[in-house]
Write a protein that binds this ligand. Sequence first.
Ligand code: HEC
Ligand code: HEC
Length: 382
Amino acid sequence: MISLRKSVLLVVPLALIACEGTPTTGDDPPPPPDPQEVFRFETFGNETWWTDTLRMHEVIETAVDPVTALAVGLKVDMDALPPGLLDQADLTDPATTVELIRRNAVLGIQGEVDDDGRLTRVGIACSLCHSTVDDAVMPGIGRRLDGWPNLDLDPGLIVSLSPFFQEAQAQTVLTSWGPGMFDPRFNIDGINDPVVIPPAYGLKGVPLETYTGDGPVSYWNAYVAVTQMHGHGRFEDPRIGVSVQWEDDLVTPLLDPLLEYQLSLSAPPPPPGSFDPESAGRGRAVFERAGCADCHSGPLLTDAATRLHPPEATCMDPTLAERSATGMYRTTPLRALWQHAPYFHDGSAESLSDVVAHYEACLTLGLTQEETQDLIEYLKSL
Ligand code: HEC
Ligand code: HEC
């Protein structure tokens, strides 16, 4: 528990200052972790991977100025910065990136900076992939939007900058993913088949998480925190032959607050005027008639509570299903579709009209042009 408190405090310097004058005795229970801070800032001790093994602190300090950081999809929280700082900052100097990290302003990048301005430790948090900003200052800089997938983020390219991954095969794989894509199974099975980073909002009531329905939210959170982010914790699933057991477990005690925060994130409603309500109303009936509602059923538009589907049921590429614990695909709950193109686990549909074209070809729906348009408007309204 002591090291857990320490890591939370390290990433929130203000909290440390606030605590200084408050004497505590050894018997005081630690304060309960703040669910939002866990999601935004917690690294689960993964600095041992990102710093000691990948040496990303050196990469950032020597090569990642803010222009580069924004170009690889990193996002900056304007509310963490004093007014005027950005106007004066040199966006072509890596020292500015280090200063942004010191101020805890780069989403999902948690660092420690010493008195000489050197970045000494760096780790990552869930918000790296599952948050973005509203671009209020400029593209990539604005207010936090927790739970929104960062579809500009190029995790493969970022990791490929590490001296640890300079060997040609790793370079080829990591630089092949592109923005918004990540393969959370590559380091487990060696297969290169990246998936779209999904939203972490709108999951309340959804019984099974991930494209392949491997388990509930906390199952997947533990998997990612331990096997992908390289946090110190425990994860075991004989179905996929994975067992990682750290002696210090910084993950398990934080699964409940993480779950609580994710379930509090509701899907963002479509912006006013972004769809035609009358056409969407007709599209809803098309959705039922065309059989979409057979699988996208109930209030969350998924039948995940009762069944999963073999890849051929919806003409999906089977690779990801074959790599997973279930061998099947979960009917994706449809929420805020306006917000997170591309669609399907592999991003094979660039737009909602591509989605409908996919189903038309797969299930021979026989929709007229007008019905197709109405169905698309309905999907935009969800
Ligand atoms: C490097 C990027 C990355 C990081 C960091 C990351 N995730 Fe994810 N997350 C993904 C990808 C990619 C998937 C899709 C995996 C799949 O479905 O097979 C995913 C899936 C999920 C899902 C399932 C969504 C759904 O619709 O079923 C949840 C929930 C989630 N992540 C939460 C988290 C939490 C909490 C953390 C921190 C412990 C985290 N993620 C860290 C990339 C990331
Ligand atoms: C047999 C069950 C089934 C039917 C019928 C079905 N779907 Fe799906 N749907 C799925 C599954 C499974 C996925 C996940 C596929 C993937 O990610 O590769 C999915 C994914 C989607 C997605 C992508 C969501 C996202 O966030 O990426 C959309 C949109 C969608 N379906 C719309 C429809 C529409 C519109 C219809 C009717 C024309 C329909 N579906 C019919 C099972 C079904």
